[in-house]
Write a protein that binds this ligand. Structure first.
Ligand code: SF4
Length: 221
């Protein structure tokens, strides 16, 4: 690694410590906003949350989880029946396939339980690295990476923690500077902040508690 990169890594680690202090002051225990009662249900909810609000997913899963045992029954439901339940979350045809085939994989290869290793989780059909890390972090406190969704990617860039637009590279950049014990919380903080003042199209820096320190604050210019 070049000296300049090392310096910048050191500076970023110090910056992350400052951010952790501020975030902790305002929200010491940020939580996942998806409703679930088991790792298997969270896996379903996380798959449904792609390109959809957590609020909408919670409406859909409330009925789905009441009517269907996850994953045993979901593995046997027809795609049409699953589609009818999840239609309002968008991309319902692909999501229905992911839910059915992921459930079949859990039943056939994992005794109907979510495996606790990233390598095994991403072998399940319809489960990517982001989804796997959500479940590992939330249910087992054993994340093997940082969850990078659209909010995390945008905020990481605005806060100067990455220069990349590529989720894989962003995750690598974040893993280098965020202490592992904060991987889950830091992603929650960025997601909540992205849903709050630091929206995609418009930032409300005047209402943001990071405005004094944020390198992208409109108030600094
Ligand atoms: S100061 Fe502005 S750009 Fe920076 S995190 Fe807050 S809302 Fe986003």
């Amino acid at each position: 690694m070049k000296k300049s990169e090392l310096r910048s890594l050191k500076a970023k680690k110090a910056w992350v410590q400052d951010l952790i202090k501020v975030f902790t002051q305002y929200n010491s225990d940020p939580q996942c906003e998806l409703d679930y009662d088991s790792p298997e249900e969270l896996l379903v909810a996380t798959i449904l949350s792609a390109q959809c609000t957590d609020k909408r997913v919670n409406i859909v899963t409330k009925k789905l989880f009441k009517d269907c045992k996850i994953p045993e029954e979901l593995a046997t439901w027809s795609l049409e029946k699953i589609e009818a339940y999840i239609f309002s979350t968008g991309f319902y045809k692909n999501k229905a396939k992911s839910l059915k085939f992921m459930s079949q994989d859990l039943v056939d290869h994992h005794k109907s339980k979510v495996p606790q290793k990233l390598a095994e989780l991403i072998q399940l059909r319809g489960v990517g690295r982001k989804t796997a890390n959500v479940v590992l972090g939330e249910c087992f406190n054993a994340p093997e990476g940082v969850v990078v969704d659209t909010h995390v990617g945008r905020l990481a860039k605005r806060l100067g923690l990455t220069a990349s637009e590529n989720p894989v590279k962003i995750e690598q950049d974040l893993m280098k500077v965020i202490p592992k014990e904060y991987w889950v919380r830091f992603a929650h903080w960025l997601i909540l902040h992205g849903r709050g003042p630091c929206k995609s199209r418009k930032t409300h820096c005047e209402k943001c508690y990071l405005s004094d320190v944020c390198p992208s604050s409109k108030l600094n210019f």
